[in-house]
Design a protein around this ligand. Structure first.
Ligand code: AMP
Length: 391
């Protein structure tokens, strides 16, 4: 069902409440990675340029509901947002009786998870948030899988509600991959555990032409193919799932692997053919021949969807598989979408940003969407209309 979009609204002089996902990592009281702030900037700038009174709301970390943990204040984020916008962004702690914002100005509410009712989607809190605005703009794709007061409750209660440009772009990029992808569609699913990506793997088995597996996930598939994987991270209880997926879709198996005898960053990587892995060895990356073969598959793809590294890429000696595949995805003519914290970190580490068509800001939401689940904050916008605010 169609959802109203911010661009259809006349917001001049109106109060807009913009839900962003500004849940950024902090180090020594400063923003350590600004990617989520940067992703929110076009929406905030659009609202300011249109002459709206802009109130931004976000969570940060996981404070105990109702507890005001000073280490999780959004103050450093207000500072970073202000620096990026070139204006002061006041942090508003006490907003229950309303917030005074001039036209074309912006304020940021303090961490919404300091409010006891946020994660419980308390209707009273949702009503208070709704009372701050003429139009609620849901733009936090990264939090769209959570039914909270500032994502779902307010979207149902505000006098008008719509999707912001970032949320709309995310849905459009993922829709292009899942709904009518240019074929072949190659999904690259790496990372630690099959169990955390089970629903995604099952859903992709029904739509992808190939699923390239890596990391601990590949180890479980190797186990399912009765290969020896020594003392590698794997999930024997997921072997049946792996077999079921392999019966539905092409899953190319590694032919060579990089191993070590312990999870120790100082140990060198040892190259093994896949039937040579010793009982005391752990598989921590794919080998060069596998990386080359997987790159060939990606090079032929019409669409590539990527979540999860192919090895322990944080340690350079086990990062080669991820690097080679990242470069292949970036070089391919395919439309490519990547998501998940480690995947975006790998894209940054190997400097392949420019070759990736779309980098999703969602981790959990990205995986849930791929698994075919309805995101509650998106569902809450369905059936809402532009009404008297149409431009
Ligand atoms: P995930 O959050 O499931 O995407 O997992 C990402 C993590 O999996 C990264 O921190 C990688 O270091 C780790 N990882 C990748 N390959 C392996 C492997 N073969 N064995 C153990 N951990 C791995």
């Amino acid at each position: 069902m169609a959802i109203p979009l911010l661009r259809d609204f006349d917001i001049r002089g109106k109060s807009v409440l913009v839900r962003e996902d500004l849940n950024v990592p902090l180090e020594d009281g400063r923003v350590a990675n600004r990617a989520r702030i940067d992703a929110a900037l076009p929406t905030v700038r659009h609202c300011m340029a249109a002459g709206a009174r802009v109130v931004v709301v976000s969570h940060l970390g996981r404070p105990r509901p109702g507890e005001r943990d000073p280490a999780l204040s959004l103050a450093p984020v207000a500072k970073a947002l202000g620096d990026a916008l070139g204006c002061a962004v006041p942090l508003v702690d006490d907003w229950k009786d309303g917030v005074a914002v001039a036209e074309a100005d912006v304020v940021l509410l303090e961490n919404i998870r300091f409010e006891a009712g946020e994660t419980a989607n308390d209707p009273v809190l949702a009503q208070r948030l709704a009372a701050l605005c003429d139009v609620f703009v849901m733009d936090a794709f990264g939090t769209a899988h959570r039914a909270h007061a500032s994502t779902v409750g307010v979207a149902q209660t505000a006098s008008a509600a719509c999707a912001g440009p970032l949320l709309a772009a995310e849905l459009s990029a993922l829709g292009r991959v899942l709904d009518d992808p240019a074929r072949p569609l190659v999904a690259v699913v790496g990372g630690a555990k099959v169990s955390t990506k089970l629903a995604v793997l099952e859903a992709l088995a029904g739509v992808a032409d190939s699923i390239v597996v890596g990391g601990g996930i590949a180890n479980t598939f190797l186990l399912a193919s009765e290969m020896r994987i020594g003392s590698s991270l794997a999930e024997p209880d997921q072997v049946d799932v792996a077999r079921r997926i392999m019966s539905r879709v092409d899953v190319p198996m590694p032919v060579d692997l990089m191993t070590a005898t312990a999870m120790d960053p100082r140990l060198p990587a040892r190259l093994r053919l896949r039937d040579e892995v010793g009982s005391n060895e752990m598989v921590l990356d794919v080998g060069p021949e596998t990386a080359r073969r997987l790159s060939d598959i990606v090079a032929e793809a019409g669409t590539v969807l990527w979540n999860g590294p192919l090895g322990v890429f944080e340690w350079d000696q086990f990062g080669e598989g991820t690097r080679v595949l990242a470069e292949a995805i970036a070089a391919a003519d395919a439309y490519s979408v990547a998501g998940g914290g480690d995947t975006l970190a790998a894209i940054a580490k190997y400097r392949v940003d420019e070759g990736i068509s779309y980098q999703s800001t969602g981790g959990g939401a990205f995986l849930e969407y791929l698994a075919g689940e309805t995101l509650p904050a998106v569902a809450a916008l369905e059936g809402r209309t532009v009404g008297p605010h149409r431009r």
